[in-house]
Design a binder for this molecule. Structure first.
Ligand code: SF4
Length: 279
């Protein structure tokens, strides 16, 4: 029987020995599954996986990357968008329509798609940005915001499909925030975000708009009285209808990955606007 490529971190975990033996260099099998899902590790790095199974799954790696949908998938979405009435889509999604283009503000920058499906933007067009934007245009319901902040786990299927979101998004962001005191001011300035009322008694709450009707709130609690800092990411309760949970997840992890790479590259500060969307 042909082994199906696992589609989620949980499915990858189910292939593992679950002994948490650390021979792969990760603290737990779950951490290893998460790293494989993000294409940071190979299944073959686990010495307890049957070699023939690792080889069979590796052979399929070129055909599907779960977190980085390839150019073919982006093209498919572009073709679907080209069939839409973009003027109506602009009204639904909070964009503008002019000169045969629908333009949305993505993290404060213009991102356009024309009636032939061609993309252009003031930011680097990376799949972690392009796929959510195109899915938003195709399927977003355009609901008014509920103004109720929820975690990814509370969105439709979020708990089942993305149990490792904290490890993949919130913990990397927390480490960037710990080592980079100006992070939140720079996020506000670079990405046209804004400070918000301190949600859940956080020390800092910042809201970013990766899409007009899909805000993200990042809340940070400073270290206090011997306790480590903490950071959590929240979404409006409509996020799984104005976008979809998979795309919300992709945006969250993509944003964290980008900031981690940029902070590593630039040490004490974020760079100019040209790198936004890279990473
Ligand atoms: S080597 Fe394999 S079994 Fe051991 S912790 Fe890593 S993934 Fe789990």
């Amino acid at each position: 029987m042909v082994q199906q490529k696992p589609k989620t971190p949980v499915e990858i975990y189910q292939l593992l020995d679950k002994s948490n033996c650390r021979q792969c260099g990760e603290k737990t099998c779950l951490a290893f599954a998460s790293a494989v899902f993000l294409n940071q590790r190979q299944l073959a790095d686990c010495p307890h996986l049957a070699p023939e199974l690792a080889a069979a799954l590796a052979d399929q790696d070129n055909s599907r990357k779960p977190f980085e949908p390839g150019a073919e998938y982006v093209k498919h979405l572009q073709a679907e968008v080209a069939k839409l009435d973009l003027a109506a889509a602009a009204a639904r999604t909070g964009g503008t329509f002019a000169n045969n283009r629908l333009t949305l503000k993505v993290l404060g920058k213009d991102f356009s798609v024309d009636t032939a499906g061609n993309l252009s933007a003031d930011i680097h067009i990376n799949p972690w940005v392009a796929v959510p934007v195109l899915n938003y245009i195709l399927h977003g319901e355009g609901l008014p915001l509920a103004k109720v902040w929820v975690t990814l786990r509370e969105l439709k299927d979020g708990r089942e499909r993305y149990p490792l979101f904290q490890r993949q998004c919130e913990e990397p962001l927390q480490r960037v925030a710990d080592s980079y005191p100006d992070l939140f001011d720079d996020l506000v300035n670079l990405f046209s975000g804004h400070r918000a009322a301190q949600h859940l008694n956080s020390d800092i709450s910042v809201v970013l708009l990766p899409l007009p009707k899909v805000p993200i709130m990042i809340c940070y609690w400073l270290p206090d009285d011997g306790l480590d800092s903490s950071l959590h990411v929240f979404f409006d309760a409509t996020a799984d209808r104005n976008l979809d949970t998979d795309s919300v997840y992709t945006l969250g992890v993509g944003l964290a990955t980008m900031l981690k790479k940029i902070a590593r590259r630039h040490g004490a500060g974020l760079p100019g606007r040209a790198e936004v969307g890279s990473g």
